[in-house]
Design a binder for this molecule. Structure first.
Ligand code: ATP
Ligand code: FE2
Length: 335
């Protein structure tokens, strides 16, 4: 059985974990909280550099037999990615074990499939920087629809900041929204399968300016943005004839978003999966787990190809691990 160390640090959360095929064996994290405003990439990277030793030693203390070290190669903030990649390279060289560069978005998806037992879902991946609808087809996760400007998490964080709330804003907007009662019309922007959220943030700020209550604006913001996301997800399910929907990314913790997707799935007879909140947000276990899948299908990353990729897209990756899993399954069925 393989034992893989995973390092995550694309943005706010520095996190390490050790996993095997069966479970998450150890995990530890250190969270960067901006003193004011949003995430500052250089400050976050300095936080990660200062905490790396402690976080890694908490998951490695009683374990010497690690088979490979996986790290988030991208997408994410350049300074944060470089800090964590440097640590991963150093560990790989010191322990004489292979390095596995992992796509952070695909790691969000694969830990969700693992934790929930989803087989072939349409994935709604909603986090700070990203908002995408994806599905696997012919060797890759295809991006079927995505935001044309900012991610939904960033939109919520920006609006929360405007309300004077600290980062991360998503949970605070959720709390205020639960007390809102009046629906205020805000721009609903779906273009084909793509989405846009920046006009929504501006319109929500304008609504406050003309005296609307912040609870009502938060409520209307969520209703509008989440209906857009649910519409695009539903269209993907309908077009592809898939029977499962998987939620991934930090915004997935939002109960109203979960509720809308659940209703849509019930109406269509699809199954809806949400992993535990700790595996929705950024976490080291997801990097270790996708690292394990890649390592076991023979995909490792030589040092000279381990440069970070701040704009690494999920559809750039040839997915070898799913075909390996399918082959293993059909062999077992033939036995
Ligand atoms: P990525 O690199 O994948 O974009 P990320 O750095 O944004 O990841 P995540 O942990 O996946 O990190 O997501 C963080 C986002 O999730 C933040 O924008 C935060 O406000 C949002 N969020 C967290 N909890 C909630 C919630 N309950 N409702 C809405 N948004 C939430
Ligand atoms: Fe993330």
């Amino acid at each position: 059985m393989s034992l893989i160390l995973g390092l995550e640090g694309t943005a706010w959360n520095l996190s390490a974990a050790v996993v095997n095929e069966e479970r998450v064996v150890h995990e530890a994290e250190a969270t960067y909280k901006p003193a004011h405003g949003g995430i500052h990439p250089r400050e976050a990277a300095q936080h990660h550099a200062a905490e790396l030793r402690g976080v890694v030693s908490r998951v490695l203390k009683s374990l010497s037999k690690i088979d490979a070290v996986a790290f988030s190669q991208g997408p994410g903030m350049g300074p944060c990615l470089r800090t964590v990649a440097t640590a991963a390279r150093a560990l790989s060289l010191a322990l004489k074990i292979p390095l596995v560069g992992v796509n952070h978005c695909l790691a969000h998806i694969e830990i969700g499939r693992w934790q929930c037992g989803a087989e072939d879902p349409v994935v709604l991946y909603v986090s700070g920087a990203n908002s995408q609808v994806l599905a696997y087809r012919a060797g890759r996760y295809r991006v079927l629809g995505e935001t044309l400007d900012i991610g939904i998490g960033n939109a919520l964080d920006k609006f929360a900041r405007h309300l004077g709330l600290s980062h991360p804003g998503g949970p605070k907007v959720e709390e205020l929204a639960s007390r809102g009662t009046k629906f205020i019309h805000l721009p609903y922007v779906v273009k084909g399968m793509d989405l846009s959220f920046s006009g929504l943030v501006t319109a929500a700020k304008d609504a406050l300016k003309v005296g609307e209550e912040k609870e009502d604006v938060c409520y209307s913001f969520q209703e509008t943005a989440f209906a857009m996301l649910t519409e695009v997800t539903e269209r993907a399910v309908a077009h592809l004839g898939k029977e499962e929907v998987l939620l991934a990314g930090g915004v997935g913790a939002n109960k109203r978003l979960q509720g809308m997707l659940q209703t849509m799935c019930c109406d269509r007879g699809a199954r809806f999966f949400v992993p535990d909140a700790k595996y929705l947000k950024d976490n080291g276990a997801m990097i270790a787990y996708l690292g394990l899948l890649m390592f076991e299908s023979g995909e490792t990353t030589p040092i000279e190809k381990s440069a970070v990729k701040p704009n690494f897209r999920p559809d750039e990756v040839e997915v070898g691990w799913r075909t390996v899993a399918l082959k293993a399954l059909s062999e077992r069925l033939e036995e």
